[in-house]
Design a protein around this ligand. Structure first.
Ligand SMILES: Nc1ncnc2c1ncn2[C@@H]1O[C@H](COP(=O)(O)OP(=O)(O)OP(=O)(O)O)[C@@H](O)[C@H]1O
Ligand SMILES: [Mg+2]
Length: 389
């Protein structure tokens, strides 16, 4: 729109906020959106079966639901929660809590619906939660690896209590622990692990056909018509997401949305290749930034060490990591094998990639993201740590 001194904000606003023409319902593209029906595959049925077994035999079970980012873990349990509510008489309910950046006390406060801090211990709050349950419960702890501090004590207590449900006044408790850290179970203390005896369900990465089915459904619900985007462009998105982003469905959906937004701004009716490439670029940057910010301090130090390492071999990265911790952070230095696991996690999060130079036997680890974004986050956090000492 041409702007001159006579243009009032009202005129400008009216023209700019015209009705969108191809996006029918933008909510459909939001990450927290819960569709009425989800796309189901073998993994989904595995989980359904496990839940049905818990309900049928009234038998508390602990499930570890794992899968790389965007494999549908959260949306599937939220869908299950709604479905169970709809059954009405299932005798079991699902309670969902996200653990990201929260302590065990934060989680227990939410479970007990306490707004203020009460001077009761973690243990008392756990018992109180169990005693007050009105229904048998499947407690979902999503992003269980991303809590602020260790919550293994809480997990241990929950598993012990669910075992001792011989007390007839107590309702039964099962848990679903969710993580995109595939080896999270191995980081648990032996006693917690053996007490939980988790049944592992693995959500594999989506393949292009599965992603396409999900995208088509979002288009049906969120865009004005299926003709807004061609099949070839949808195939391009699904191929890129599968090859470069481990099949992360979030990237596929957001790419489509940004492409559609760009079309709205251009004032045309169909998405073209440029819109899709632009959408993909914006989306990848946004997700990468969020992933860097959600890393725990220690994981960020490893990422920073990779960015600062000259040769980028495992050995050189480990030396770099030790230097950083010793000279700047002054925290405990972890073993080589722990750092090896951390690098695997960063790889799963699409933040680094393994590489093998031609003619060389040695593997190197390259950043797949902007080095300056890592440096910025590292400097902010290390400043905070040092100033709080
Ligand atoms: N089977 C599915 N059917 C419909 N939508 C899906 C499905 N799987 C994933 N999605 C959509 O893809 C996006 C990412 O899914 P979700 O948030 O469940 O991933 P996640 O596995 O929990 O990832 P993370 O590990 O990062 O938390 C969401 O918008 C979700 O609605
Ligand atoms: Mg999730």
């Amino acid at each position: 729109m041409e702007i001159n001194q006579d243009t009032s904000f009202k005129d400008f606003f009216k023209k700019e906020i015209r009705k969108t023409e191809i996006i029918k319902n933008s909510k459909v593209f939001e990450i927290a959106y819960l569709p009425n029906e989800i796309f189901k595959r073998a993994e989904t049925l595995d989980l359904f079966q496990e839940i049905a077994r818990i309900i049928r035999f009234d038998k508390p079970t602990h499930i570890f639901l794992r899968g790389l980012p965007g494999t549908g873990k959260t949306v599937t349990v939220k869908y299950l929660q709604e479905q169970l509510k709809g059954l009405g008489n299932a005798k079991w309910q699902i309670i969902y809590v996200n653990c990201r950046n929260r302590t065990a006390v934060d989680i227990l406060k939410e479970l007990n619906e306490l707004n203020s801090v009460r001077l009761i211990s973690e243990e008392q709050m756990t018992t109180c939660f169990i005693q007050n349950l009105k229904n048998n419960t499947i407690l979902v702890l999503d992003e269980v690896d991303k809590s602020r501090y260790e919550i293994s004590n809480l997990l241990y207590r929950l598993s012990r209590i669910s075992e001792s449900t011989e007390n007839p006044t107590y309702k039964k408790l099962s848990t679903i622990l969710i993580s995109n850290k595939l080896d999270w179970e191995n980081t648990l203390d032996g006693s917690v692990r053996s007490s939980l005896q988790m049944r592992v369900i693995n959500f594999n990465s989506y393949n292009p056909d599965q992603l396409k089915s999900i995208l088509k459904e979002r288009i049906r619900e969120g865009l004005i018509s299926q003709d807004v985007i061609s099949d070839q462009l949808l195939d391009w998105i699904c191929k890129m997401v599968t090859e470069e982003r481990h099949g992360d469905c979030r990237t596929a959906i957001e790419t489509l949305f940004y492409a559609a937004q760009n079309v709205e701004e251009r004032g045309v009716k169909t998405i073209d290749m440029e819109d899709v490439k632009l959408g993909y670029g914006v989306c990848v940057k946004k997700i990468e930034k969020a992933r860097i910010m959600s890393l725990k301090n220690h994981e960020l130090y490893v990422l920073y060490a990779i960015s600062k390492s000259d040769t980028k071999t495992y050995a050189n990265i480990y030396n770099q990591y030790k230097d950083i911790i010793r000279s700047k952070i002054h925290e405990r230095i972890f073993s080589y094998s722990k750092i090896f696991q951390d690098i695997k996690y960063l790889e799963d999060q699409n933040l680094v990639r393994k590489n093998k130079k031609e003619g060389s036997k040695e593997l190197t680890i390259e950043l797949t993201i902007d080095e300056s974004a890592v440096e910025r986050e590292y400097l902010t956090r290390s400043e905070n740590i040092n100033s709080s000492e």
